[in-house]
Design a protein around this ligand. Structure first.
Ligand code: HEC
Length: 186
C-alpha cells in the first residue's frame, strides 16, 4: 500500500514538474491568432460557467431597465466592448480573430445567462483570456447598466431600438420571437 501511494505521488510530481519544464523550455505555443480546438473551447467554457455559478453572488440588478438606463448601457457597450465583442452594426468585431480564446460576438449571439452571472464576468474579468475586469475601469452603476443592456439585446423597448438604429446607420437590433409575442399582448 505504501509503495502504491509513493508511486502515485512520484507520478504526480513527474507530471507537474515535467509540464513546468516543457513550458520553461519553450514547448508550449503562445500564438493568439489561431482558433482553439473545439474540445478545448468546450471544456474551458464549461469550467468558466461552473466557476461563475460557484463564486458569483446571486444579486439582482439594482439599476432598473428604463429606456434611459438601457440606452446608457448601449453607449457604454459601444465605447468599451464593441472592439472585441462586436458593434451595433452586427459586423464581425475588429479583434474577433485576434485573441486566444476569441471573444464571442455578443451582438450577434446575445448571452442568455442571468444578470448576476454576466455582471460577475464583466466586473471580475476572465483569467487567462483577454477579457478585462472592469471593476477598476468603470463605475459599478455602469457595469450594471451594460449588464441590463446585454441581457435584453433582443427585447429592447422601442426608444432603445430607435437609438440603436440611429447610431448604427439604420441597422435594426435583433428582436426575439418571444419579445414580438410580448409586444402583441401589451
Ligand atoms: C480586449 C478584448 C475585450 C474587451 C474590450 C471586452 N471583452 Fe468581454 N471577453 C473577451 C474575451 C476574449 C472573452 C472570452 C473569455 C472566454 O473565452 O472565457 C470575453 C468574455 C465576455 C463575456 C462572457 C461571454 C460568455 O459567453 O460567457 C461577457 C459577458 C463579456 N465578455 C462582456 C464584456 C463587456 C460588457 C465588455 C465591455 C465593458 C467587454 N466584455 C470587453 C474580450 C474582451
Amino acid at each position: 500500500m505504501r509503495n502504491f501511494i509513493l508511486g502515485v505521488v512520484i507520478t504526480i510530481l513527474v507530471l507537474v514538474f515535467g509540464g513546468l519544464g516543457l513550458a520553461l523550455l519553450g514547448f508550449f505555443p503562445t500564438r493568439a491568432n489561431v482558433t482553439p480546438p473545439q474540445m478545448e473551447s468546450h471544456i474551458a467554457m464549461s469550467a468558466l460557467d461552473n466557476s461563475v455559478d460557484r463564486h458569483a453572488p446571486h444579486t439582482t440588478n439594482p439599476v432598473p431597465p428604463t429606456d434611459e438606463n438601457l440606452i446608457s448601457g448601449m453607449k457604454i457597450y459601444a465605447m468599451n466592448c464593441g472592439v472585441c465583442h462586436g458593434d451595433l452594426d452586427r459586423q464581425p468585431a475588429a479583434l474577433e480573430k485576434s485573441m486566444y480564446p476569441p471573444p464571442p460576438n455578443l451582438i450577434v449571439h446575445p448571452p442568455d445567462d442571468a444578470e448576476w452571472h454576466l455582471y460577475y464576468i464583466i466586473r471580475t474579468g476572465v483569467r487567462y483570456t483577454g477579457m478585462p475586469a472592469w471593476d477598476k475601469a468603470l463605475p459599478d452603476q455602469d457595469l450594471w447598466k451594460v449588464t441590463a443592456f446585454l441581457s435584453r439585446i433582443s427585447k429592447l423597448p422601442p426608444a432603445a431600438q430607435e437609438y440603436w438604429k440611429k447610431t448604427s446607420g439604420g441597422v435594426a437590433p435583433p428582436v426575439s420571437e418571444s419579445a414580438e409575442h410580448d409586444h402583441d399582448h401589451n
